[in-house]
Design a protein around this ligand. Structure first.
Ligand SMILES: *Cc1c(COP(=O)(O)O)cnc(C)c1O
Length: 338
């Protein structure tokens, strides 16, 4: 049995989820006639208190469609320097939206309202027009750290005062909501658009949703089509998403507890340097001699435990639905013996 801590994208659908998929009612979603997708979109928009939602095959697509609809070519997008939209989407902001990016160095992936204010270009023909701020919650490369609602509200104020749109890459927003005991509606009130993933901690095989106002989502549907993301009987995938929303949110608490246990084991080891604060299901830590990230991951792999080197100095472990308490216990025994 492999303990796969490389990412929470490795989860596989359970028998119950597959059953829900098999029995889905479907239609042609490009014609708006897939009842399961319509239900999933209405259900998520409702959860967040937002007007509408559109289903996409990936979180990269919901982010990219979201950014495209908010911007014009030549605009500038503000985001944290290690944010997914900037470093892990293949240069998509430039490729798809013709925009440039101004990065901010945040604290564990989070940026502040003051930093945003400082990054906005003045209205000057020499400068790119700043039109969008994109935040990430939880912040993946920030070790799964979460924003405080009050800090998000301050950023929203700055955006309102400067006529900027505010997008949230909420691939792991569910983890933040559970960790901070917040509701989706609290976030729906703040952002102009939110991207959420069903295929990370929630365990669905495929699927993300982009949420926003009715007019915005109408434009997003057109862009999704242009990007090749209009799918036909998508309800088979949507059914997995509905199952995930109904069954797999509360249990994220367990993933967070598992991440805490991993941190507690690592902290005692001399070959472990700085560990980022563990607020959710991600543990990012520095590996020191005699190991380096690769040799450490190779050592764990000998025990069928997979982890991911993410930089020259750091390894990432992500807990999820398919990681059992027994696997965590075994991992801790292995770490203790190194
Ligand atoms: C995984 C992830 C996404 C979307 O990834 P896809 O693999 O395209 O679904 C977006 N943002 C963050 C922070 C992620 O971790």
């Amino acid at each position: 049995m492999i303990t796969d801590l490389r990412s929470d994208t490795f989860t596989k659908p359970t028998t119950e989820m597959l059953q829900a998929m098999f029995s889905a009612a479907v239609g042609d979603d490009v014609f708006g006639e897939d009842p399961t997708i319509n239900r999933l979109e209405a259900m998520t928009a409702d959860m967040f208190g937002m007007e509408a939602a559109v289903f996409c095959p990936s979180g990269t697509m919901t982010n990219q469609v979201g950014i495209k609809v908010h911007t014009q070519p030549g605009d500038e997008v503000i985001c944290e320097k290690l944010s997914h939209v900037y470093i892990y989407e293949g240069g998509g902001i430039a490729f798809n939206s013709g925009c440039q990016v101004k990065t901010i160095e945040g604290a564990e992936g989070r940026i502040t309202a003051d930093q945003v204010l400082e990054a906005i270009n003045p209205s000057d023909i020499h400068k790119a027009r700043t039109s969008l701020v994109s935040l990430e919650n939880t912040a993946n490369r920030g070790g799964g750290s979460c924003y405080k609602i009050a800090d998000l509200q301050l950023i929203k104020e700055v955006c309102l005062q400067n006529n900027l749109k505010l997008h949230l890459d909420g691939a792991r927003l569910w983890n933040a909501l559970i960790a901070k005991k917040e509701t989706p509606k609290q976030h729906g009130e703040i952002f102009d658009s939110i991207s959420i993933c069903l295929s990370k901690g929630l365990g669905a095989p495929v699927g993300s949703l982009l949420l926003g106002k009715k007019e915005y989502i109408k434009k997003a549907r057109r862009v999704r089509k242009v990007f090749g993301g209009g799918m036909r009987q998508a309800g088979y995938l949507g059914a997995a998403g509905i199952y995930a929303l109904e069954n797999n949110i509360e249990r994220l608490v367990q993933d967070h507890q598992h991440a805490d246990l991993i941190k507690a084991a690592l902290i005692k080891k001399e070959f472990v340097g700085k560990i980022m604060s563990v607020e959710t299901n991600i543990v990012i830590f520095e590996v020191l001699p005699p190991y380096n990230p690769k040799s450490f991951a190779d050592e764990l792999a000998k025990f069928s435990i997979l982890s991911m080197p993410i930089s020259a100095t750091q390894v990432r472990m992500v807990t999820h639905l398919d990681i059992t308490p027994a696997m965590i216990k075994n991992l801790i025994t292995v770490i203790e013996a190194l």
